[in-house]
Design a protein around this ligand. Structure first.
Ligand code: CP
Ligand code: NVA
Length: 308
């Protein structure tokens, strides 16, 4: 019988904090949790949530996943805790890790997440930083696997800003050895640090492509994926980004360029008529709400391994 097994790394800060085997194991576990084939309980275990940015899916899916595992969550609002009044991360981390068994943190600078992880004696999970969104990527690849059964010959095209969501997709694509194409306007390419890490893993370096040519990136793709043009914390850049990204919308014309069985993904929240049209959001090709549901199953799998 499939059982959760401890990940080799204490923390899950990056998609690269798992090996390819661990990634595939998490996807299998997630599928078992979804099908109710696994009933694992971690009574009395507590997940602490610290969210410096807004969240619907990540927060609630972590809460429900932990409840389904028999544990509980504490949602620490930075405004009403001392975190918002400037208590140093190293003090907060040392105190909270004496109360909680695992922490999930959403914040801006990835270095702040690393600071929590450094001082916490308990595992820390990245619930999104400006650099990565590895929990999202778990659910994304779970959704892709549900659709296509395996990852052979899959082409994943991400259309949008080369930041957190794109970065985790790139790193997971490298772990799985699948073709990942990133289409973004000039100046919005993923960080070279992430690209270089991915190239170190890819056996076939041609499988990762970053381009400003959206049609070229979409041609024959099996998965079209997009994200908001202006991320949380970029509200002041919205006007400029709306202009810079105006040709990067998933619409019916673009979808016609993809493989005829292509599916559409979006991490949500979505801004209709910006990065995706309402028609494509609601189309038969959309797996966006399955993907959102899978956040919960994937995180249940992740927590079950971390707590095992
Ligand atoms: N996709 C995602 O992380 O959604 P939330 O911001 O609602 O958590
Ligand atoms: N790139 C987006 C993802 C939201 C889940 C953001 O950081 O706001």
């Amino acid at each position: 019988m499939l059982k959760p097994s401890k990940l080799s790394k204490k923390n899950f800060l990056s998609s690269l904090d798992m090996t390819t085997d661990e990634f595939l194991h998490l996807l299998r576990l997630a599928n078992h949790f979804k099908n109710k084939d696994l009933n694992i309980k971690y009574k009395d275990k507590v997940l602490g949530l610290i969210f410096d940015k807004s969240s619907t899916r990540t927060r609630v899916s972590f809460q429900v996943a932990m409840t389904r595992l028999g544990g509980t969550t504490i949602d620490l609002n930075p405004i009403t805790s001392q975190i918002g009044r400037g208590e140093p991360i190293k003090d907060t981390a040392r105190v909270l890790s004496r109360y909680c068994d695992v922490l999930a943190i959403r914040t801006f600078d990835h270095s702040d997440l690393e600071e929590y992880a450094k001082w916490s004696t308990k595992p820390v999970i990245n619930a999104l930083t400006d650099l990565e969104h590895p929990c999202q990527a778990l659910a994304d690849f779970m959704t892709i696997k549900e659709e296509f059964i395996d990852f052979n010959n899959i082409v994943l095209t991400f259309i949008g800003d080369g930041n957190n969501v794109a970065n985790s997709l790139i790193l997971c694509g490298a772990l799985l050895g699948i073709e990942v194409r990133i289409a973004c306007p000039k100046g919005y390419e993923p960080s070279s640090l992430v690209i270089n890490k991915a190239y170190e893993i890819y056996k076939n370096k041609n499988l990762l492509k970053v381009t400003n040519d959206i049609n070229d990136a979409v041609s024959g793709a099996n998965v079209l994926y997009t994200d908001v043009w202006s991320s949380m914390g970029e509200e002041h850049k919205k006007e400029k980004k709306d202009k810079d990204f105006k040709d990067f919308t998933i619409n019916r014309h673009l979808v016609k360029e993809a493989d005829e069985n292509a599916i559409i993904l979006h991490c949500l929240p979505a801004y209709r008529s910006k990065e995706i049209t309402d028609e494509m959001m609601e189309s038969k090709k959309s797996r966006i709400f399955e993907q959102a549901e899978n956040r919960m199953h994937a995180q249940q799998a992740l927590l079950s391994c971390i707590l095992s």
